[in-house]
Design a protein around this ligand. Sequence first.
Ligand code: ATP
Ligand code: MG
Length: 608
Amino acid sequence: MTESTGNARTSGTARVLRMSNLFARTLRDDPSDAEVPSHRLLVRAGYIRRAAPGIYTWLPLGLRVFRKVEAIIRDEMDAMGAQELQFPALLPREPYEATNRWTEYGDGLFRLKDRKGADYLLGPTHEEMFTLVVKDLYSSYKDLPVWLYQIQTKYRDEARPRAGLMRGREFTMKDSYSFDTSDEGLDRSYAAHREAYVKTFDRLGFDYVIVKATSGAMGGSRSEEFLARSAVGEDTFVQCTTCDYAANVEAVAVPSPAAVAYDGVPAAHAEQTPDTPTIESLVAHLNQAFPREDRAWTAGDTLKNVMVMLKHPDGTREPLAIGIPGDREVDQKRLEGQLEPIEVEPMDETEFRKHPALVKGYIGPGVLGEESASQIRYLLDPRVSEGTRWVTGADVAGQHVIDLVAGRDFVGDGTIEAAEVRDGDACPNCAAGDGHGTLETARGIEMGHIFQLGRKYAEALDLKVLDENGKLVTVTMGSYGIGVSRAVPVIAEDNHDDAGLIWPREVAPADIHLVATGKDPDIYAAAERIAAELGRAGVEVIFDDRPTKVSPGVKFKDAELIGVPTIVVVGRGLAEDGTIEVKDRRTGERESVALGDIVRHLTDLVRG
Ligand code: ATP
Ligand code: MG
């Protein structure tokens, strides 16, 4: 470990934090704006305070945890051979203009002007700046590969800041970037980062899974996310029951079934289906008025056409129709994941009125598509493949078409992965071969994201170096992020109980929470000596030295809430038989240790 916190416990002296003057106030009640346990506990235990929506102040206890998390991340980045630098957070517009992100980031960017009227932004991420600094300093293949990183404050005007530090509008990110001349070089840089991330997350102390990801607004190819498994997560991911496939739902690509022959299928026929604007009412009516011989009609036999509006970053709007099997809903995140940076909204009444061909509840492929009367772009779910038969709207109120065959009677303008992914869906990886794995969904919090950017940024900003033959080649890049401030609540989510936080030792604000109880001045004197000796041994101590008017009950409650892994009580035991109680915050196990042995006992415990 490089900086202040890491080696303090084995080398020098550690300063004792005294509860009597610690800048914190523990709260018995949950803050009203906290939706998730980590947020409630971090506020109640005096780690953070809200400054504005999505913007938080680190109090002394919180800052200690934050710095330890940061030290672990820095340690692993340094160990892999990446070099730390630091960009400003206040950035000029021009580089972001060159890559079009000044526009693409839309409302997500904090923009400001200087006194001369020039445009600036608060950096949401720093690809542009890293690209430019390498261009500034390097010009030959001999200089590459190079891996650079920073741990720095980012600003994003998130639409929905949430769960305290989890989704902030100001937050700390570790972002690194690799620069190579060849694709193989990029693969190596990517693999090295992946390995460093595994080591980092193994040390941070929460349960995580590595999943395939989309690369979002960044462009590029190979991409994986490190998700903390958590029911309060905003991301949904899938895992296969049989193979090792794992992916963010946004990245799940449903295999398109092979084309089926439709020679014997009767011609499409429109039928009266009065009062059937919903899939449910339609299926009931089909089974009653047009029963099938082989089986009953189901929602999966129907083709539902969902109308949305695309909002482009430059503010322009465009209608889009999405055709999906009627037994599925459109998943907004999957849809937006495909279209990023475009945002998607439902189609409103005004827009509907602009397209008289659209009959609400009975919209069919007949009026959709760039070549159609409406000229509305029409994208189909991959399951609506060549030869599949559908019941869908006939574009007349109260009528549907039966036996409409994809490829024979209609085609879309392309396909889109917008339908929800469900538990039990076939695995796109192994079910396509001879396997029969199915998907299980679960929730997670994105803690890290690694991806191969490729040459997009280098091309936009003209980052080239001379190769072995003296020819200019465009550099290929990787981009790798970790949510440093987000890690604090994520660790807390995985490490708490009803009474409070339970920090893993490596990130805890202290090693020992030493509590002195009772009225006997000798007890306080003994506790003082223990605190001082532990401090000299490099053990970090929070010492509850508050006077006797603070009851033992309050002290114990605070100790449990704050969540240091070992709680040591100097109290009645000392007077009775000369022992001190050592309690494990996680397991609740207690043991009595003789006064003469306590410092050595605790020092050994802490050094593990
Ligand atoms: P998300 O999907 O959660 O919005 P992202 O994909 O936009 O995140 P990246 O650009 O990949 O985020 O940023 C790298 C890392 O920074 C993320 O993996 C996450 O841990 C962290 N991060 C991103 N946005 C925030 C935020 N608003 N607050 C705290 N941490 C964040
Ligand atoms: Mg990401």
